[in-house]
Design a binder for this molecule. Structure first.
Ligand code: ADP
Ligand code: MG
Length: 604
């Protein structure tokens, strides 16, 4: 093909692709424009996760009627005059690209009135071109309506995720801006329903409550620090409130939400030794520094920034967060590594041996086990729920220990005789083929798992009503997730009722959980449901049940009576897949007699 200059429309679409990736990117650009316009109130309305409609209304300066059409032209901005200004950017926008890009990939209507004018302007654009313009009445401010995003760009449309996912992105984005701008009153509506609101009273603590709920906000401590012309402030959650990934570390640089791995790492570093590995902090951190110290012109979506002196920023953030945490934690020294292994008093045991043996045979036991058993529900589950290699017994650890030449029975356990407990963690048992070291927690997880699966296969997990419903308040994003999954949770024994304002009443729980800390359990379960990709319902159910098993299984470090150990081993023997826990880890290690003989030099 010969070289050609691309037509304007194609150029516009390419440029739009850099700025507008999904509905949340449109919300971001429109909200930033409203903030730049000096608004004290910003209202965002969405239909179908913003795919059908996004409307942002502000009470800012408005746009002069003779400039409205111009605002939608490429590289049209009122925020930058010359290249020199680029070094001193104090507004969120400066590229003059957002409105043009949005108009290139959606239908846009702009209703605006400048503060110094008496009448407003209504402009409608299609494919980037003004198709109608009229004068109308309106209070000063601007309303931008963006409809049918990507309807004319099938390639993009294909990449949009479910309404729920796109909603989640918008929720996360708007709550972030609310945190960064406590003086602005934000409201967010989905399908006409108010889902989030901040007061705009300037108090960051109040916004924290609106975003995370009162319970979580109460566990966040203020962060403050200063160095030269740099300032850091915000809130960091106490280590007891951790999260499964780094998505709850929210960072702003000069009022701009940024994704900066290094800054995020500074926050994580501040929690060093305070959090378990694999757990991440929750924090909202603002950094303010002279515009000349930071380059915001790195990425079209402006999500990345470049610091002139990154190490200085990093260390200020780390020190400020660390100090906030230590100041707060000082009075009670923490012994995280030991506390979880302190043996529980014996009277706190989960189930007595009698209860256990008196329990009716689980349906799993009643199922046929003849030579060619049909694929059972639970096996099918595990194919979804557990990584492939775990569908067979956990070979890596105990294959090495198993007798060479003896064919491994696929799953069944021989009858075992309990010998005793080791380190309050392992049950020692003897079988015809040697010694078995059984991990009491993993084994109990397996037993509970098969029991719950059997119940689920017959309908729903056995549920028990709580005497007093437990009230749980969640961060907004989690609340939406919980509400959406409530029907699924009902099949798993949880009856959860929305109570408004991101609060829920937990009325019933799986019967085995009746003694558990329900609020903590619900929070963990919601975190387990979080996912960036669509997940099969079965996998979601499996996640929840695995969590229930993990919470309810006896812990390592617990002293067990002989009867309890016997009951546990009997229950394990009755399992379909006794050799792995529901997470795919081994429940036991087998030390074969031949291997012992070898080790003792009895075999040639
Ligand atoms: P930028 O924000 O980078 O300047 P935009 O394309 O987002 O570019 O907006 C173009 C111009 O339109 C802005 O510079 C501003 O003058 C005007 N504008 C856009 N949205 C608003 C608004 N909500 N209130 C007042 N003016 C606005
Ligand atoms: Mg802008």
């Amino acid at each position: 093909m010969p070289i050609r200059i691309l037509p304007d429309e194609v150029v516009a679409r390419i440029a739009a692709g850099e700025v507008v990736e999904r509905p949340a990117s449109v919300v971001k650009e429109l909200v930033e424009n409203a903030i730049d316009a000096g608004a004290s109130e910003i209202r965002v309305e969405c239909l179908e996760g913003g795919k059908r409609l996004i409307r942002v209304t502000d009470n800012g300066s408005g746009i002069r009627s003779d400039e409205v059409a111009l605002a939608f032209a490429h590289h049209a901005t009122s925020k930058l005059r010359s290249a020199d200004d680029l070094a001193e950017i104090r507004t969120l926008g400066f590229r003059g690209e957002a409105l043009a890009s949005i108009a290139a990939v959606a239908q846009v209507t702009c209703l605006t009135r400048h503060v110094e004018e008496n009448l407003g302007t209504l402009v409608r654009l299609e494919q980037g071109h003004v198709v109608s313009e009229s004068r109308v009445g309106r209070a000063p401010g601007t309303t931008m309506t963006v409809e049918h995003l990507f309807a004319a760009v099938p390639a993009r449309l294909k990449f949009l995720k479910t309404t729920q996912t796109e909603r989640g992105h918008i929720d996360a984005l708007l709550t972030r801006y609310a945190l960064a701008y406590p003086h602005i009153r934000f409201a967010l509506l989905h399908e006409g329903k108010l889902v989030f609101q901040s007061s705009g009273n300037g108090n960051l603590r109040d916004v924290l409550v609106a975003v995370y709920g009162a319970e979580m906000a109460a566990n966040m401590v203020p962060v403050e620090g200063e160095h030269d012309a740099m300032r850091v402030w915000g809130f960091a959650a106490l280590p007891s409130l951790d999260h499964a990934n780094r998505s709850k570390i929210t960072l702003f640089v000069n009022g701009r939400p940024v994704q900066d791995a290094k800054l995020g790492y500074a926050v994580i570093q501040a929690y060093h030794t305070l959090l378990m590995t694999g757990r991440y902090p929750i924090a909202v951190i603002m950094v303010q520094l002279p515009p000349s110290e930071v380059d915001v012109n790195v990425h079209p979506a402006k999500a990345e920034v470049r610091f002139r002196d990154p190490d200085a920023v990093f260390s200020l953030v780390q020190r400020a967060v660390r100090k906030a945490l230590l100041d707060h934690l000082q009075p009670t020294p923490i012994h995280l590594s030991t506390s979880s292994r302190i043996p529980q008093p014996p009277e706190e045991r989960i189930e007595s041996a009698e209860q256990r043996t008196a329990a009716p045979a689980s349906p799993a036991q009643a199922l046929p086990t003849a030579q060619q058993p049909p694929l059972r529900g639970s096996e099918a589950w595990e194919q979804v729920g557990i990584p492939k290699q775990t569908q067979r017994p956990p070979e890596p650890t105990h294959d090495a220990l198993r007798l060479p030449g003896v064919r491994a029975e696929v799953n069944a356990l021989p009858a075992l005789r309990v010998l005793g407990q080791l380190a309050q963690t392992y049950i020692l048992a003897e079988g015809p083929e040697g010694l078995y070291l059984i991990d009491q927690h993993a084994a109990h997880e397996r037993i509970l798992w098969e029991r719950l699966l059997a119940q689920r296969e017959l309908g729903a997990v056995e549920s028990q009503a709580l005497l007093d419903p437990v009230v749980v308040t969640l961060p907004m994003e989690s609340a939406a997730l919980l509400e959406e999954n409530a029907p699924m949770l009902r099949d798993l024994g949880f009856e959860v009722e929305p109570f408004g304002n991101n609060t829920f009443l937990v009325r019933s729980v799986p019967a085995i959980m009746i003694q558990d800390d329900i609020s903590a359990a619900v929070r963990e379960i919601v975190a387990d449901l979080e996912s960036n990709e669509p997940v099969l319902r079965r996998e979601l159910e499996a996640r929840v049940l695995r969590r229930v098993c993990k919470r309810m299984a006896i812990k390592a470090g617990r002293v067990l009576s002989f009867a309890e150990m016997q009951a546990l081993v009997r229950d394990l023997e009755a399992c379909e897949s006794p050799r792995t826990c529901p997470h795919g880890r081994p429940t036991m290690i087998h030390l074969g007699l031949t291997q012992l003989e070898k080790a003792f030099g009895r075999l040639g």
